[in-house]
Every structure is written in C-alpha cells, then in structure tokens.
Design a protein around this ligand. Structure first.
Ligand code: F6R
Length: 613
C-alpha cells in the first residue's frame, strides 16, 4: 500500500506533489514526505501525523526553498516499521544525494540490509524500502547512470514494488519501476509525471501511460523512455482517460462517502449502458474468450476480497439460477495458497474495484497458471486485473475515493448479473424473452436505488436512536445473506462497532446464545422466496430481547409486528434486491459513524487499495 508521485521539469513542483499526495491519501495516510532535487542538492520533508499527515506536510513545506523543477512524494500505509517520521519516505542513501520512494514490500530486505551494512552502509529507518536507496548508491558508485543503477538494484530484490529514485548528481531525471504495485506515467509539454494512480496527476498531465510489471521508466522534462529488467526497450501502453477533476472531488457533499452513496443510481446506469447489441446479444468491454468456451464452462470460481467478495456472493445466486452452472466464491487471499483445483472448463471471475488488490491479482494469476480462463470485473480501465484477464466487464461507477466501498458494490452486482445473463444466453438456460425481461428489470434498478436514497432522513433518524448500541447482528437469507455481510462490514469499518453478518438460518446453530436485550439485529427481509422463514427468525431474536431493525419492502404489512424499526425499500426482482437493500444499510452505517464522530472517508487502520498480502 502507499501512494507515490513524482514530477520532472515543472515550474510548480511543490504544489504538484502536495496536491497529488492529497489525492492519493486513500492509499494510506499514516505518514507523508517529499524530496526536491536539483544539481548537488536534495531537500527533504517528512511527517507522521496520522490521518492528517499530508495536511501537516503542507505546513512543513512552507519552509521549502524554491527553484526545484523535480521531486518525489509519498503517502504511507505502514507495513515494516512503525508509522513514525523516521520510517516515512523518501529514504536517502548514505551520501544524501539519492532519494527513493517505494510502495510494496521488499521480501528479502533483511538479507540485503545485512549485506549492505557489512559493506559499511548506515541505515536510518526500520523499513524494508531503505535497502533500495543503498543498492542504487552502490550501482551509482560503479559509474552507472541512474536508470542502469535502478535496473541493476532491482535484479537483486524479491517482492513487490512501485519505486521512484532521484539523484542530485543526475538531477532532472527520475527513474521509476514497477512489479505488482501500480504505477502510471503522465506527460504534458515539458513536464513528466509518475503516480500510483491517475487522480494524483489528472489535472496536470495530458496523456497517461501504464507501466507493466518489471518495466523501468526514465522520466525527464522532455518525456520518458522505458526498458524491461533485461534492459531491452519497451513501449508503454497509453490509457484513455475520460474523467475530469470534479469526479475526484466531493461535488458539494460533506464527504466522499456521502457523494458516492448518492451516485449509485448513476453507477448502475453507466455499468449497464450499451451492453446489448441490436440482436439482443449481451457484450463485455473486452473479450478474448470465444462464445464456444463460455458455453462450455463447467464450473465458475469467483475470487475477490471484502465488499467485492460480497458482490461475488450475490453473483453465485444469479449465475446458478440463470446459467445453471455451479459457482464457488473464494476469498482471494485463501484461493492461491490452497492448491486450488482447476479443471478443464473452469471460468474464474476476479472482482476488484481497484483492479490492483494484490490478493485478487495473485489469485487470478494462480488460476491462469493452472489453465483457467479469467474474466475481470474492475472499476479501473487498464488496471492490473483488466490487463491480465481474458475478458473484462468494467463497472463504470466512476472514481471511488472513500475507503469504504459503496457505489462499487452496486455496480459490481449489476456487472456480474450482466455476466450471468450472458452465460444464460449462451448456454440457452433461459428463454430469450426471460433474458429480455431480466435485462429490462436490471435497467430499472437504478430508479429503485434512487427511491431508496430518498428515505435517507428516516434511516438517519433510526441510527440516531440506536447510537448507544454496541453489538449488531445482520441477518438475511438467500441474497439477503451477502447483503447482510455487506451491511455488517460497512458498520464495523466505519463506526468501529462490533457487527457480524450471518445467514438467518444459521443463528440457531450458535450465535443465538449472544442475543439478549441491548443487541441489535438488522434483518434483510425483502427476499420474497423465504419471507416467512425470515419472520420466524425475527420472532426468535425478538423473544430473546433483541432490538429489531428490518429492511422491508414498501408493501410488506407483516413486518411492523416484529420489528422495532422498519427501513422501507421499493420491491424488486429477488436477485436484484442487494443493490436496493444495501442502500439503507450504507446510510445506517454512515449515520452511526458520523454520530460517533468517526472519519467516514478514512477509517482507522484501513486503506483504499490493498497492495500488500
Ligand atoms: C470495504 C472495502 C474493502 C474492499 C476490498 C477489495 O468497504 O472497500 O473490503 O472491497 O479491499 O478491494 P477491491 O475491490 O479494490 O479489490
């Protein structure tokens, strides 16, 4: 994790770095730092101020000397070494001329550090990253140019990196490289940028390029050139970006989360746009798998983490019901190390908002190694997941800045249901008019999500009344179960309250022992298949003194007798309900967190994109 940024040839270096770091804070924010480099001089500032590190760095940089055309910056999410200023990046070599920033983990850093120390290098931090500065220093001492020195150093390291290095003895050059951790390059006349992610340089660069694994880029004011780890020239793939800066800002809302919750109808609409050809065929964004292969799929495995995993769990119900093929949903960090079975006809679906979550990327790589075909569902065009998949469906939710995922979830469910319908179409497991009707129904969901959003004030009021509660169980059946998992995840990560999601039918197998007065049970009761069974489960918790909050459809007259509070939503086709039902749960978690004075956009200990295992 961590965000990195760099610029060469700028007349506005400091502002570029500080603004960029502010937009990269979602990648980590426990400390931040910059280094400005010009011939013979490196100026560095670093600060560790928790969630306010970038803001504090700005104040620190008021003392920065002017006239630096190049610099690098870093916002950190600690992995090795406590979140303290000495461990903040950039790190310097022994001479103080070379400055490096790094996102990722150097797995063999202990052994490298021992070797470097035995040759007289002095280390100033407890990070895995600092070895890079000293390795580059040794290569430079042999007379190698910075690009060659970085290449030679990277041949010695194992692990993941997006790294950028500068040297005051070769100023106006930044050398950056990537393995696993994301890295992009941007250009504008006379200025070249690098960053972990596009928003950091969105308003400054006019063209954007993706750096692939094991590629090294030399940036100068005149542009860039790239090589691979063997030293052979490579061409970077240009990205087409249609975001404007406003998408990256709060758009008048108090915080990004509130903005992103409100953007959900649009996220669903955009994700469904242009998905059907005139002949009714459903299409993906990128397709390198034949229809024949999709038709012959024998088993589907969905790999994802967190909220994306919950969207994957919803998709299991849709794919099995519509396309009649068995689906397993795997936590991506578990998949890779389990010696997974990949038989002929296995289709693996990787789901990731960022498209950079390392667990999910490694899971799809493992699946590919074992012969699976891979479909990626990602929100980021040109992300690692998108590039490494055989087919891609983009969730066009727009930039999601708040650490907790909201609009990405509904867009993922929509995209995965499109995929389920395509499989059903090819396998002829649904008649064409059913595919038609379901597709039209899916298009209608955005409106129903909009109507659910209109009830925000009531949900906030319920949250206010429950502010003193400390234990929450979220329960549901069928797709109400993954929706409950998502409701519980939102509440725990935003408010830091104890919340668990359970299949309602599982309560009596253990958790019921925890139900007593003061415990709140939030029940998703909209699934019409199993409504009566849900009501029985509610009666069971009510009898044991729990406070019941029910998410129920507008026309459900049975619920008032069992629930203390009812959060109403418009009714929809059962398999579409997670997109609608999650809305009051998101607002509930948001309102509880706000009521408890939490920072909803940046919950403690978390980062938006998890690029370490
Ligand atoms: C929870 C949340 C995380 C992410 C997870 C996967 O609100 O945001 O659980 O869903 O880290 O991230 P992506 O989808 O980028 O792979």
């Amino acid at each position: 994790m961590c965000g990195i940024i760099g610029v060469v040839g700028s007349s506005d270096t400091l502002a570029t770095l500080l603004e960029g770091l502010a937009r990269l804070e979602y990648r980590g924010y426990d400390s931040a730092g910059i280094a400005l480099v010009r011939p013979g001089e490196t100026w560095r500032a670093r600060i560790a101020s928790g969630t306010e590190s970038v803001q504090a760095l700005k104040v620190e940089c008021e003392l920065a000397p002017s006239g630096f055309a190049s610099g690098i910056g870093h916002t950190r999410w600690a992995t090795h070494g406590a979140p303290e200023a000495i461990n903040a990046h950039p790190h310097l070599d022994c001479s103080g001329n070379i400055a490096i920033i790094h996102n990722g983990i150097i797995e063999n850093h202990t052994e490298l550090q021992e070797q470097l120390e035995s040759r007289g290098h002095l280390f100033n931090s407890l990070t895995d990253s600092e070895v890079l500065a000293h390795l580059i220093e040794e290569s430079r001492a042999k007379g190698l140019e910075l690009m060659e020195a970085v290449r030679e150093s990277l041949l010695l390291v194992r692990g993941a990196f997006a790294v950028a290095a500068m040297d005051a003895t070769e100023a106006d050059v930044i050398v950056a490289a990537r393995r696993i951790s994301p890295l992009i390059v941007g250009t504008a006349p006379g200025v070249t940028y690098l960053a972990s992610d596009i928003p950091a340089i969105l308003d400054r660069a006019t063209a954007f390029y993706a750096v692939n694994d094991d590629e090294i880029v030399r940036l100068g004011p005149e542009g860039f050139r790239a090589i691979d780890l063997e030293g052979s020239p490579v061409r970077l793939h240009q990205l087409s970006i249609d975001w404007d800066l406003e998408t990256a800002e709060k758009g008048g809302h108090e915080d990004f989360m509130s903005k992103e919750i409100n953007e959900q109808p649009e996220a669903i609409r955009a994700t469904l746009l242009d998905r059907r050809r005139k002949d009714g065929t459903i299409t993906f964004d990128e397709m390198r798998i034949s229809d024949e292969e999709l038709r012959e799929v024998k088993r589907v495995v969905i790999v994802a983490a967190g909220t994306s995993h919950h969207a994957g769990q919803v998709a299991k119900y849709a794919i099995e019901r519509w396309a009649k093929v068995g689906v397993d949903v795997d936590i991506s960090s578990e998949y890779r190390y389990r010696d997974p079975i990949v038989e002929v006809g296995t289709l693996v679906i990787g789901v990731s908002q960022s498209g950079e979550t390392i667990d999910t990327i490694q899971a799809i790589r493992e699946a590919k190694r074992r012969g699976a075909r891979v479909v990626g569902v990602s929100n980021i065009v040109g992300s690692s997941l998108a590039r490494e998949s055989d087919a891609v469906i983009y969730t066009r939710a727009g930039l999601e800045v708040s650490v907790a995922s909201t609009k990405a979830f509904v867009a993922q469910v929509a995209a995965l249901e499109v995929l389920a319908l395509r499989l059903a179409q090819l396998r002829e497991t649904l008649p064409p008019h059913d595919v038609d009707a379901l597709f039209k129904g899916l298009n209608h969901v955005a409106k129903q999500v909009g109507r659910a959003l209109e009830r925000r004030a009531h949900v906030e009021d319920v949250a206010k009344q429950l502010l003193g509660s400390r234990d929450f169980f979220f329960i549901g059946r069928h797709v109400g179960f993954p929706t409950s998992l998502e409701g519980a995840l939102k509440l725990k990560e935003l408010s830091y309250l104890h919340a668990e999601g359970y299949p309602a039918g599982e309560l009596k197998h253990g958790p019921l022992a925890l139900i007593e007065p003061g415990v709140v049970v939030v029940a998703v009761t909209t699934d019409l298949f199993l409504h009566e069974k849900m009501l029985s489960n509610l009666a069971e918790v009510k009898a044991r003194g729990a406070t019941v909050v029910a998410v129920a459809t507008d026309d459900d007259e049975t619920i008032d007798a069992l629930a203390d509070y009812v959060l109403r939503v418009p009714a929809t086709e059962p398999l579409f309900t997670p997109m609608v039902d999650v809305v009051p749960l998101q607002i509930f978690a948001y309102a509880m967190a706000k009521g408890l004075g939490r920072n909803v956009d940046r919950p403690r200990n978390l980062a938006k994109t998890v690029t370490v295992e």
